[in-house]
Write a protein that binds this ligand. Structure first.
Ligand code: HEC
Ligand code: HEC
Length: 322
């Protein structure tokens, strides 16, 4: 009798404590979510999109491809404060990464378009970026038998502006950067972060960074004013038109200096920071955030912990860490 009891008790204990099974690898229930898997795409379309991404014929003088400003080997942007347009003049906004951009709720710093296709439509004709027009692009691509063939195989109407945009957007949807140490942590590998990195994540939540940088992209899902708790722009000086943010679109006073909250994925490899590229380092960027978005003056230790956490957000592309 007592033996049975002990055995039963032992079994219950074993069940409760998960004895005999490997350490639990259940996903954590956190406000931030790991990247989803890349949704299945037509490989021929992805390949066409990849070629178009590297195609200088998309710019008016055949000098710039998407890849000229969005370097995939180094974070999906370039490391310049401002990329140079087709005419060699700087674009007035810092280049954001293309990595994981498909997960953002809108595109561009001011979120003026909803889709990747619309973003491409704009950048090709932008007088400060590629400077072309769609008629010319379609004409130039059609002149190449290889493009003729590739488009004809995928689209009944062959080379067209909409189809160029569709192929490029399809490729961009494959540009996700999975497997960051933080995502592995979220997926249940809680040992992968150091204690300091875990404290950093806790601080990120406790101070309220997560109120704005949240969701699957740790940002990219809302608009916020830059300078909620203080006048960032007066302190910085030299106001320029692109500082106006969504005000340029709506003309509404409440949209002055309002921007899309950027994703913090891969942030350690995408310096410089902010739409105006004013922060050269992650340290500078986090200082500005504390001062103007939170109105807080944290200890040096807390800032350093948060930066250590931010460094766990670097993922992989093409099987290699960024
Ligand atoms: C001259 C440099 C340059 C070139 C060339 C360029 N981009 Fe960009 N890209 C930028 C800049 C600068 C922005 C931000 C502009 C803004 O917010 O108004 C941007 C924004 C984007 C965004 C929005 C990201 C986000 O999170 O809001 C995507 C996506 C993107 N580019 C993809 C592309 C693709 C695809 C091409 C080729 C068709 C391309 N870019 C060509 C500089 C460039
Ligand atoms: C009230 C909303 C809000 C809060 C809170 C907030 N941020 Fe931000 N964050 C933004 C916005 C908006 C931007 C873009 C500003 C710009 O460039 O115009 C930004 C930009 C950044 C950037 C630069 C990203 C890039 O690619 O340029 C970093 C890094 C950053 N935030 C980290 C943090 C940290 C860390 C905290 C907490 C200490 C924090 N943020 C709190 C809204 C917020």
């Amino acid at each position: 009798m007592s033996k049975v009891l002990t055995t039963r008790f032992g079994l219950m204990l074993a069940l409760c404590m998960n004895i005999g099974t490997p350490p639990s690898a259940a996903p954590l229930n956190e406000a931030l979510k790991p990247l989803p898997a890349v949704a299945a795409q037509d490989p021929a379309k992805v390949e066409l999109g990849r070629r178009l991404f590297n195609e200088p014929r998309l710019s008016v003088n055949n000098t710039l491809s998407c890849a000229s400003c969005h370097h995939l080997e180094t974070g999906g942007a370039d490391n310049k404060p401002f990329s140079l347009g087709f005419d060699g003049k700087p674009v007035p906004l810092n280049t954001p990464t293309v990595f994981n951009a498909s997960l953002n709720f809108k595109q561009f710093w001011d979120g003026r378009v909803d889709t990747l296709q619309a973003q491409i439509e704009h950048v090709v004709i932008s007088p400060v970026e590629m400077g072309s027009d769609w008629k010319t692009v379609v004409h130039n691509l059609s002149a190449h038998p290889e493009y003729q063939r590739a488009f004809a195989q995928l689209y009944p109407d062959g080379v067209s502006a909409a189809n160029v945009q569709d192929a490029l957007a399809t490729y961009e949807r494959t540009l996700l950067t999975p497997n960051s140490r933080f995502d592995q942590y979220l997926l249940g590998n809680t040992e992968i972060l150091t204690t300091k990195e875990k404290y950093g994540y806790q601080r990120f939540k406790d101070y309220g960074c997560i109120a704005c940088h949240q969701g699957v992209n740790i940002g990219g899902n809302m608009f916020q004013k830059f300078g909620v708790m203080g006048d960032y722009f007066t302190a910085r000086g030299n106001p320029v038109e692109s500082d106006l943010g969504r005000y340029l679109l709506t003309g509404e006073e409440e949209d002055r200096h309002v921007f899309k909250v950027p994703s913090l994925r891969n942030v350690a490899v995408t310096a410089p920071y902010f739409h105006d590229a004013s922060a050269k380092t992650l340290e500078d960027a986090v200082d500005v955030m504390f001062k103007y978005q939170l109105g807080r003056n944290p200890s040096q230790e807390d800032k350093e912990l948060i930066i250590q956490f931010l460094k766990t957000l670097t993922g992989e592309w093409a099987g290699k860490p960024l």
